[in-house]
Design a protein around this ligand. Sequence first.
Ligand SMILES: [Zn+2]
Ligand SMILES: [Zn+2]
Length: 90
Amino acid sequence: MKIKNIGTHAYHCCAIHGCKYGDKECPVTTKKVEQEYTCQWCDESGFHTIDDVKQYVHYEKELQSAIEQGHKTIEVDVNFLTKMMKNENM
Ligand SMILES: [Zn+2]
Ligand SMILES: [Zn+2]
């Protein structure tokens, strides 16, 4: 399926907080393309830079595949974990 306006989604949508346009085929939320900016909710949730979001998405994938493969542990960067544990909104 061809997705229209990939650039628009990449600019406004968020892999964590969802598609701004409520599009189920959103290339950002389906992880087909990386978003360009943090969204309006990112800052409130403690994701201040696009790298924070990318790191979160990366670990979300790791976690998902670990669960699928029946692994009980995954390796996580301590800086990331510290950030997550301090974040009360998550
Ligand atoms: Zn979107
Ligand atoms: Zn966001």
